[in-house]
Design a protein around this ligand. Sequence first.
Ligand code: TRP
Length: 332
Amino acid sequence: MNTACSDFLVLAEDQDELKTFKAEVSSGLSSSPKRLSSRFFYDEEGSDLFRSITRLPEYYLTGCELEILKEHGKRILSLLGEKEFNLVELGSGDGSKVVHLIDPVLAKNRRLTYLPIDLSASALETLTDFLCRRSPNLDVRCILAEYSSGLQWIKGHLEGRTMVLFLGSNLGNFELAESEAFLSQVRAGLSPGDVLVLGLDLRKDIETMVRAYNDSAGVTARFNLNLLRRINHQLGGNFDPRKFRYYSTYSPGSGGVDSFLISLSSQSVFIRDLCATFDFEPGEPIYTEHSHKYSETEIRRLASQTGFVIEASFYDSRKYFVDSVWRVPGQG
Ligand code: TRP
């Protein structure tokens, strides 16, 4: 539902996303080792499952970041000064985090435009509905787009200061080279004085990190296996998800948790829309995701390599997670 406080800009079509999905499944399952990008986890079912993951006791990331924003939201906002500003969020979430940045601004009767960028129209609609009900004075402008085209649009269309949020340690799902390219792109979309708030999961004891991706209720397994179901629904595949198991492990070399779907038998899977059959050996993995866990040194290096200056770092009480606030240097 589109309420009065919101506006909807469409820069991506469902058809484009389906084409990308098809191309990526084709190249990912043809490569060796096989891989499927976690960016495709989030269809409607996948988004619901991820929401359940964020409420699991083992998945500490969401709780830690909520604690940070509740505790330090006002201080994060104060880094932008008192002027009017735009709050851009990459990936729309369910609103539970961003309200801790929105509420204090509105409480001071300051004007605020909130611009979530996401590829899922239904996620944007649910979020807008929630926010507009709570705060009818908030100006919400949804951008249905890839992050890159959304950021490009923003560069030409916004006045005043901008704060970009990229929360949930979602940066950690990119490979290192990709995350550098991505951050440089964010940097290019901003002006001197603008700010990026980056939520990053920190390196900690291995058991805690591994447990977050191995919950006892099996929700994370279902979340990964849902990708095979999505291929079945959207591309006419005949994956039998029962013939795969989810496995994840911490890799000290790369510094993150790696997730896999592993074939339990020798099997062939046909995907109608690709007119192709893919063979699996018993024990053969499909690599689905790297969830990077950051060290402070890495964070500093990333910021300086991509043209940002670290302005402040906010931690939860256990120091599991950081919301690192980066500024674009120069006059602003
Ligand atoms: N961005 C989340 C993360 O890396 C996504 C996620 C949660 C995830 N649980 C997962 C990805 C399990 C793969 C496997 O934490």
